[in-house]
Design a protein around this ligand. Structure first.
Ligand code: HEC
Length: 159
């Protein structure tokens, strides 16, 4: 039987299919932040991120302010890991509800959700901030906070 010659063109084509395969593996490995938000968060904060005034605070037009405040990035990461309760005020409206913890999700899933939330509905990461990583979430997972302790971490400058 005649063997396929390893011409440069054959080698190039195999390199291309290997690259495509690896890209596929990478895509499958990085979680879909939008899908995870829809499953875990949209029931309360809504698919639009607008929340429900008086019950569930908006994330749209708001998360950027939280992240830009001193300590705000760590606070937001603690909120998803440990939940939140106690009084907060967002755009002059008071909320005194209970958000459940999402620590049962993987660090990479939580990072993907926060990356979705911080770049959707017109939200932007404050300049100089990099996307959320699993390593960041893994670090705060060691803290073991209660939802009330998370409330105490909320930046006082965000009203
Ligand atoms: C069962 C309803 C519910 C779900 C589900 C939920 N939240 Fe919340 N979330 C709340 C409530 C209620 C608050 C305000 C808690 C309070 O009043 O102390 C809140 C607060 C927040 C805050 C802090 C807002 C601020 O100004 O301090 C962030 C950020 C947030 N949620 C993100 C998320 C993300 C991301 C998810 C999905 C992983 C999620 N929430 C899922 C109900 C929910």
């Amino acid at each position: 039987m005649k063997q396929a010659a390893l011409t440069p063109s054959v080698l190039f084509k195999s390199a291309l299919s290997l690259a495509a395969l690896l890209a596929g593996v990478a895509a499958a490995a990085s979680p879909d932040g939008k899908a995870l938000f829809t499953t875990n968060c949209a029931g309360c904060h809504q698919a639009t991120g607008q929340g429900v005034p008086g019950a569930f605070p908006p994330l749209a037009g708001h998360v950027g302010n939280l992240l830009a405040a001193q300590g705000g990035r760590a606070y937001v990461e603690h909120v998803v890991l440990y939940g939140l309760n106690g009084k907060i005020s967002v755009n002059g409206k008071t909320y005194n509800g209970v958000m459940p913890a999402f620590g049962q999700l993987k660090d990479a899933d939580l990072a993907a959700i926060l990356n979705y939330v911080s770049t959707s509905w017109g939200n932007k990461l404050p300049s100089g901030q990099k996307p959320f990583t699993s390593a960041e979430l893994a670090k705060y997972r060691q803290d073991k906070k209660t939802p009330a302790q998370v409330n105490a971490l909320r930046p006082k400058t965000v009203k």
